[in-house]
Design a binder for this molecule. Structure first.
Ligand code: SAM
Ligand code: SF4
Length: 329
């Protein structure tokens, strides 16, 4: 098992395979998008596979593919197939905006994908269009249905809650998710990216989100670790329904002490904390022809330096250098 210097076991790598996206969500990208990195600066799939194999050697068993929008990069199904064949990979998941999911869900399932998280920030077609700057909610709903029909489980919906934008839909989201076997997760809006729209006025703490829901819908905390999983969300059971609600309170609660993950950016840097800008250039080592032992030792050292946490202080907001699309949310 790989541990950092605060005795946290690291067993989970999130891999961004592209910094490009077919959306420009208000909270993630500027309206004109971000200048995408030239292809040669991104990790090739072969390099990504090499890095996954190295992480498996270090004891990691859980991987997630994300972006940007991963489904717009050609060959994703083959990459998923190759990662799922690596001995030692116990869990392989995907985070997507869902637009292309109806088209690829079957092939992804056949390739060995286990779990899917789908981002959905409004159930109102016009508002969804505005938040995503051009998205069509019907494509996403078709993607969710395709994933349900194919038996992916769990299917999690990720909703970033922003005051004055979608906080009037909390109850609608819970009702939507509890009518189907879906888990809805409400995420605190994080101040990532210099050109984002984050401000203290738009931020809603998880506690307030939870209180506004419990005023109308009774929920009970889930203590069963099999349902809770190893992630940052706190889960609640909706009374009288199989549905669950998760709250990801990265800013208001100290979830850092149970952080089990690191990230690989699309251009091949290891990022040991979402909210800390320090990154480690694994791609350069691979391209310089470093030996396996040199790269393993570089990764071990980087993980030893993983910050203890509380990299962001709500009283002194600091906007991170990179938006989520470039980091791999
Ligand atoms: N394009 C895919 C999608 O939207 O699911 C995958 C990449 S996206 C960067 C991954 C997750 O990051 C999404 O669930 C998105 O809502 C979340 N995210 C992006 N910017 C965020 C922010 N500033 N605060 C909180 N979550 C954010
Ligand atoms: Fe694209 Fe996902 Fe960022 Fe929206 S949240 S702009 S879909 S990467």
């Amino acid at each position: 098992m790989l541990s950092d210097s605060f005795e946290r076991q690291i067993d989970y790598l999130r891999i961004s395979i592209t910094d490009r996206c077919n959306y420009r969500c208000l909270y993630c990208m500027p309206a004109n998008g971000i200048e995408p990195k030239p292809r040669h600066q991104l990790l090739s799939y072969e390099e990504t596979l090499t890095i996954v194999e190295l992480f498996v050697k270090l004891g990691l068993s859980r991987f997630r593919i994300t972006g940007g929008e991963p489904l717009i990069r050609k060959g994703l199904v083959e990459l998923i197939g190759a990662i799922s064949q690596i001995k030692g990979v116990a869990d392989l998941a995907l985070t997507t905006n869902g637009t292309l999911l109806a088209r690829y869900a079957r092939a992804l399932k056949g390739a060995g994908l286990k779990r899917i998280n789908i981002s959905l920030d409004s159930l109102n077609p016009q508002k969804y269009y505005e938040i995503t700057r051009g998205g069509n909610i019907h494509e996403v709903l078709a993607g969710i249905d395709a994933a349900l029909d194919l038996g992916f489980s769990p299917i999690k919906l990720n909703t970033v809650v922003i005051r004055g934008i979608n906080d009037d839909e909390l109850i609608d989201f819970v009702r939507f998710a509890s009518a189907k076997p879906l888990e809805i997760r409400f995420i605190e809006f994080m101040p990532l990216g210099k050109e984002g729209i984050w401000s203290p006025e738009k931020f809603i703490p998880g506690k307030e989100i939870r209180a506004r829901i419990t005023r109308e819908i009774p929920i009970n905390p889930i203590t069963d670790t099999r349902i809770k999983g190893g992630g940052p969300a706190e889960y609640y059971q909706i009374k009288g329904s199989p549905g669950t609600i998760g709250f990801i309170t990265s800013l208001t609660e100290n979830i850092c002490q149970r952080c089990n993950r690191v990230r690989l950016t699309a251009d091949g840097y290891l990022r040991t904390c979402l909210l800390a800008d320090r990154e480690y250039d694994v791609k350069a080592l691979i391209r310089e022809g470093a030996s396996e032992e040199e790269i393993l030792s570089f990764i071990r050292d980087a993980i030893r330096q993983k910050p203890q946490g509380r990299c962001f202080n709500l009283d002194q907001p600091q906007i991170s250098r990179s938006p989520m699309s470039a980091i791999g949310g």
